[in-house]
Write a protein that binds this ligand. Structure first.
Ligand code: ADP
Ligand code: MG
Length: 279
């Protein structure tokens, strides 16, 4: 049989084919602190594919948030480049939805009006934005609290509100900086399952920061382990556990092996940063 003259379209040429992709190339960021220079991120390269859940795992102070600030375009890098959807966006804002480490809810705005900030920034009419947000608030268990102020909410609810706000920002890439950090252990486990349910429905690319090894294994497709300062990637681990992830998987041999492997690395790195702090 002869080959047809017209080939089937090559999807790798389709500009939409790599939407959601994030690429960080040889990123370095230094800070001048008093008379000292701090090397916060040192020659970090990473990639996240479309709809992938990628976690940066590292000890406190290793440069994780700095990495996100640069990816989000809020901070220029000292060296290196950021590519999103195949476009060079180094130093540019507006390409990702970003949930900062603190929930940053505006204390004078109701829960509902906090969640629509991203839509408002995009120029969507407030009533229409509220309509969309209200539905998500109901779905995420905040239905009775849409008119409440942030200070009336529990930690878990505040984080859900901040997460809804991030999700409503219409971008294919979401950066989540320790979004479950302020929660007690039990709520945190439930929120991890909740987060995966949401992610599986919305098919967004997620970059996620945590210092919690179990959380990294439970949530991720891939984990980059970051060293103590200066932050470098010392290991990249694929988490080949099936999806959807179930709470009982935490007890399985495969989960435990991945966890122990990561834990050994993070322990070495945490010890290094601890010794450095005491020196
Ligand atoms: P992590 O999120 O991993 O806890 P950060 O990225 O917040 O770490 O900080 C990494 C290092 O960079 C820390 O030593 C911190 O003091 C320093 N740093 C972060 N932001 C700034 C800044 N704006 N100015 C000076 N130093 C900073
Ligand atoms: Mg941080």
């Amino acid at each position: 049989m002869t080959k047809p003259a017209m080939q089937a379209p090559d999807t790798s040429q389709d500009p939409a084919a790599d939407r959601g992709e994030v690429r960080v190339e040889q990123l370095t960021r230094r800070f001048a602190q008093r008379r000292m220079e701090v090397l916060a991120v040192d020659d970090v390269s990473m990639v996240a594919g479309r709809s992938e859940f990628v976690t940066i795992l590292g000890p406190s102070g290793c440069g994780k948030s700095t990495l996100f600030h640069v990816i989000a375009g809020l901070l220029p890098p000292t060296a290196g480049e950021i590519w999103i959807h195949g476009e060079r966006v180094t130093g540019q804002t507006g390409h990702v939805a970003y949930m900062p480490q603190r929930d940053n809810l505006l204390p004078w705005r109701s829960v509902l009006d906090n969640t629509i900030l991203g839509l408002e920034v995009e120029g969507i009419r407030r009533e229409e934005a509220r309509e969309r947000a209200r539905e998500l608030c109901v779905r995420f268990g905040l239905g009775d609290f849409v008119t409440a102020l942030p200070r009336e909410l529990s930690g878990g609810m505040r984080q859900r509100a901040a997460f809804i706000r991030t999700m409503l920002f219409p971008r294919e890439v979401m950066l989540l900086d320790e979004p479950l950090g302020a929660l007690d252990a039990q709520t945190r486990l439930l929120m991890q399952e909740w987060l995966l349910d949401v992610w599986e429905q919305m098919s967004k690319t997620v970059l996620f920061i945590t210092h919690d090894v179990d959380e990294a294994v439970f949530l991720s497709d891939r984990v980059y382990v970051m060293s103590a300062r200066p932050g470098r990637f010392v290991r990249e681990v694929a988490i080949d556990l099936p999806r959807p992830r179930r709470a009982e998987m935490r007890l399985g041999a495969e989960f435990v092996a991945l966890r122990n492997d990561l834990l050994a690395h993070i322990r070495t790195e945490t010890l290094k940063s601890f010794q450095e702090t005491r020196a």
